[in-house]
Design a protein around this ligand. Structure first.
Ligand code: SF4
Length: 346
């Protein structure tokens, strides 16, 4: 008999499963709490009766991903992880430490099919979606490794989260559950390359997570070149969806803009971006690009980054140049996984 994996079930689903075993709802709550403390053995759930532990050992299991490799920064407390999933696939995650606590950046898919020109995650295409339980496992693995509670989560690793919508929502509800991670929706960021119908769907969900939109270009000609998704959902449609998201959630949108030398970092681009975003409740994160060896793109020079930032700020647009965390273990999204896949192939 195939055992039921309890990792990733919502509390209600777990209650339903326990009911099939003739157990009351409070037993589900006990098991649920243990699972998100990182416990994977029913024998360690000390408040369950032995008879129930035996039944659970027979009928259920709790999956757990493993840390395959980790890269620790000597400059700050950033750690980049390569996680090994139970089917042998790998994804990346990052732990960052700030004065306000520990943040985890997690992946939502193995690889990605969106084809952004500057991204290593998309080079081998999309392999599969992660389950909500696997995404939760990335957070649990980071908590277990660091011995610290994660207080913010950013879903900005490999994959397009909004194309794994149902499992994303499952993950968000686990993050927010007081009996699991107990993280406020306001401390969770979902990134997207701009899947317009799913932005609208998320806006209607009633969960005020921060939306981070990867913009990376101020006009359709350049964005079509850098991000193929723009040919389906061009910039003005995307901005309309963003406005809808702001109205529904009352949350400020974050626009991510990776500065690529001589491609999208000109003063003209900065001026166009200012015009585009003027009056919108938003914040712009400027990120000097992590170079990708396969793509031939270079990081913008500091003086160009500063000039770009100045134009946005002087137009009244809230802008930050993202601090480079873990600069000595620099590896763009997807690069670590790819280098390990290459290593395995060799
Ligand atoms: S930037 Fe994000 S959406 Fe684009 S290819 Fe990479 S992982 Fe996919």
């Amino acid at each position: 008999m195939v055992k039921k994996n309890l990792k990733g079930l919502t509390l209600q689903e777990l209650e339903e499963f326990m009911a099939t075993l003739g157990e009351p709802a409070y037993r589900a709550r006990q098991v649920f709490k243990w699972i998100y403390k990182g416990v994977t053995q029913f024998d360690s759930m000390t408040d369950l009766p032995k008879s129930l532990i035996k039944i659970l050992n027979d009928k259920a299991c709790i999956s757990m991903i493993k840390i395959y490799k980790k890269f620790e920064s000597a400059l700050d407390k950033t750690v980049k992880y390569v996680f090994l999933l139970e089917d042998g696939n790998m994804v990346e995650g990052v732990k960052m430490e700030y004065s306000f606590g520990v943040s985890a950046c997690v992946s939502s898919q193995v690889g990605c099919r969106m084809g952004c020109a500057f991204c290593a995650s998309t080079i081998g295409g999309m392999v599969r979606n992660l389950s909500g339980g696997e995404m939760a496992d990335e957070v649990l693995a980071i908590e277990k490794d660091t011995g610290k509670k994660v207080s913010r989560v950013v879903i900005m690793g490999s994959g397009e989260p909004l194309l794994n919508y149902d499992e994303l929502i499952r993950f968000l509800s686990l993050l927010n559950s007081p009996l699991a991670f107990n993280i406020s929706f306001r401390r969770i960021t979902v990134s997207t390359c701009g899947i317009v119908p799913e932005i609208i769907r998320l806006a209607d969900e009633g969960i005020p997570v921060t939306l981070a939109v990867s913009l990376h270009a101020p006009d359709d000609v350049l964005r079509n070149r850098l991000m193929p998704v723009n040919r389906i959902y061009p910039i003005l449609q995307l901005l309309d969806a963003c406005k809808y998201y702001i109205i529904k959630t009352r949350r400020r949108i974050t626009f991510e803009y990776a500065l690529i030398s001589q491609v999208n970092d000109t003063q003209e681009c900065a001026r166009k971006l200012s015009m585009l975003l003027k009056g919108l409740l938003c914040h712009v994160n400027l990120i000097p690009l992590n170079p990708i060896r396969e793509k031939g793109f270079e990081k913008s020079k500091p003086d160009r980054v500063a000039a770009f930032e100045k134009i946005l700020s002087s137009s009244g647009i809230s802008t930050t140049v993202r601090r480079e965390m873990g600069a000595d273990i620099e590896a763009a999204c997807g690069q670590l996984r790819r280098s390990i896949l290459d290593e395995v192939k060799e």
